[in-house]
Every structure is written in C-alpha cells, then in structure tokens.
Ligand binder design. Structure first.
Ligand code: TYM
Length: 332
C-alpha cells in the first residue's frame, strides 16, 4: 500500500497557499490513496526566534484546521511531530550521512539566515539542520510519496539523496520517496507581490490570505491585489504575473483553466471581485468547521493522542533498523 507522509509547521497562521498547495488535496485524495500520515511539525517551529506560548497555540490551531479541512482520523493519521520520539531519534543518524556544503546550499537556509542576520539576530544551528529533520519525518515512515507545494522540492530532493546514501553505505533501510505537487496552485503567490510566495511567517500581511481571516478581510485583500496596467485580462505568467496569479487562484477554486477564465473578464476589477467571492466561498465551510472543532478540544486531543500512538508504531521499527544498520548495538 502506498505510504504518504506530509506536514505543516506552526510558525504562523495557515494560509490560502497551505490550503490550495496541500491541505485540500490531502483531504480530497491523499487520505484515501493509501496509508497516509499528516503531522503538525512543531519541532520545525523552533528554528527561528519563537514565542513558546504562540507555538503551542498555533500547533493546536494547525491540527484543528487540518481536521476542519476534511482529514478524517478513520482514514488517515493526524498527530504532532514532537509526540513521536522517532522524529528526534533519527535526524542524528542522517546528519552522519549529510554533508555540510549541501546543507548550506539549501535555498530556505540561505534566505532565512540572511534575514536573521539583517535583523541583528543570531542564526540557530537548527535552521541549518532543519532539512535533515524533515528528511527524518519522511524516512522514518518509509514514505513513498510526499505531497508538498513547490517550495519544498529541494528538501524532498535532499531526503532522496540521504536515503540513497544511507542505503548504499549501510544496507537497504529507507524507501526513497518522491514529491507530488498539485496541478495548479503549487506556488500561491503573495497578493501584494506576485513574485514572492505567500508565506505564513512573512511580516507584511496585506497580501496573505489566512484561512481564518474574516470574509470581509479576505475580500479586501483580493480587491487590493497588485496587478498591472495592461489592457483587459490575459493569462501571461511571464509578463503579467499579477493577473496570471489571480487567474490561477480562481482556477484552483473553480476547476476551470486560467486561459478560459481570462476570456470571461474584461477588466482586472471584475477579476478581483470574482477571486474575492470564490475564495470567501471556498473558505466558508472550513471556517465553520474550525469553529465547531475549537469548541471541542477534547476531541482534537483524542485524535492527536491516537494519531501519535499509530505513528509511533509505524516509525519505531524503521528507526530501530537504521540504528542497527549504522553500527549501534541494540539495548541489552
Ligand atoms: P510549510 O509549513 O511551510 O508549508 C506546509 C505545506 O504547504 C505548502 N505551501 C504552499 N503551497 C503552495 N503555495 C504556497 N504559497 C505555499 N506555502 C506553503 C508547502 O510546500 C508545504 O507542503 N518543511 C515543511 C514542513 C515539513 C514537511 C515535513 C513536509 C516538515 N517535515 C515532511 C512534508 C514532509 C514546511 O516548512 O512547510
């Protein structure tokens, strides 16, 4: 049976990018295509300056949103990464097959470490080793597929390399996974800057649609999206990225092709109004379900408890096998 693993990190409120890039298809397809595990990767939220109380709040909120988006504990496993020790046991072994230069070349490390230095902050060592932790999240479960957005491609590539190197040196222990991406919305862009990814931890929030934004806020953000002064509406990602991006969001909401949608609008005002309405309607049931689930924290706790137990049972034998393969004696 195909094993599917993915996660979301609680570094900010989840965005439309997270929903269209992953959450929606985890719920619509991935959870029924095999043995699927989805986790809130809370350890990953500690790689940059953080407020412990906020991480706790956001972890719970992310788990609740995953359930609100339609993940069903009867069909998949939902859990918090830090509840399963295997996620912390495996990375050190993978660090012993990773090389320093490769880690420093990771795009997210280069960008985030430059940002931290510019803000006069020190760079945590965990920011450098973070992709190894992500590799462990995946390899511990012998995942075949990793459904992610485009920005995670490099990390899944590294995961594949580490798995192959480990297997070659110490014997076949891990499955070499592959990333899967959505057909549209693999990279939802910031509404105020169509050249920058919509990211939940960015400071400027005017172009970011959060899943729990009020409908009026969502509509305002869509109406104020940056486009260009070109005539009419056409789908030309290279030269008209703002308009193209709105068409892609609308396409992700409606299922119609961006080129076809372009022909239906004669100005970007009408397009923005259509995007506003489509996104508000897309998020309406999610918000409602989130409100219901938030009123029942005991249910969410029970899901996470059972999820962690299931995840632990799946990860343990693989991590034990990796310990044995690399030359560590089992406990006596
Ligand atoms: P994170 O928390 O940044 O994002 C969670 C998932 O959402 C996707 N995503 C997007 N997709 C389309 N457009 C966007 N604007 C957008 N923003 C985010 C991401 O590609 C991601 O799939 N390192 C990961 C979390 C992680 C993980 C894992 C994922 C840790 N361990 C193991 C898969 C398997 C991250 O930072 O995702």
């Amino acid at each position: 049976m195909t094993r599917i693993v993915s996660g979301v990190k609680p570094t900010g409120h989840l965005t439309l990018g997270n929903y269209l890039g992953v959450l929606r298809r985890w719920a619509a397809a991935d959870q029924d295509r095999g043995e699927a595990l989805f986790c809130v990767v809370d350890l990953h939220a500690l790689t940059v300056e953080h407020d412990p109380a906020r991480v706790r709040r956001l972890s719970r909120q992310a788990a609740t949103l995953m359930l609100a988006a339609g993940l069903d504990p009867a069909r998949c496993t939902v859990f918090l990464q830090s509840h399963v020790d295997e996620h912390a046991r495996l990375p050190y072994l993978l660090e012993c097959v990773a090389v320093d230069g490769g880690m420093r070349r990771m795009i997210q490390y280069r960008e985030k470490s430059a940002r931290a230095r510019a803000a006069g902050q020190s760079v945590r060592l965990s920011l450098l080793t973070y992709p190894v932790l992500m590799a462990a999240d995946i390899l511990a479960y012998r995942a075949d597929e990793v459904p992610v957005g485009e920005d995670q491609t490099q990390h899944v590539e590294l995961t594949r390399e580490l798995a192959e190197r480990f297997n070659q040196r110490y014997g076949r222990t891990f499955v070499v996974p592959r990333a899967t991406r959505p057909a549209v919305a693999a990279r939802v862009m910031d509404l105020r800057d169509p050249l920058v990814k919509m990211g939940k931890s960015h400071e400027a929030t005017a172009g970011i649609v959060y899943l729990l934004d009020e409908p009026e806020t969502v509509a305002r953000k869509a109406r104020r999206a940056v486009t260009d002064s070109g005539p009419g509406v056409s789908y030309e990602p290279g030269t008209r990225p703002g308009v193209a991006h709105l068409l892609e969001i609308l396409s992700a909401c409606t299922g119609a092709a961006p080129e076809k949608l372009a022909a239906a609008y004669n100005g970007d005002g009408a397009l923005k109004a259509a995007v506003a309405e489509a996104v508000v309607e897309l998020l309406r049931p999610l918000r409602a379900r989130h409100a219901e689930l938030s009123a029942d924290p005991g249910y969410v706790d029970a899901v996470l408890r059972e999820g962690a137990a299931r995840a632990r049972a799946l990860a343990r034998p693989t991590v034990d096998a990796a310990y044995a393969a690399i030359g560590l004696l089992p406990p006596v």
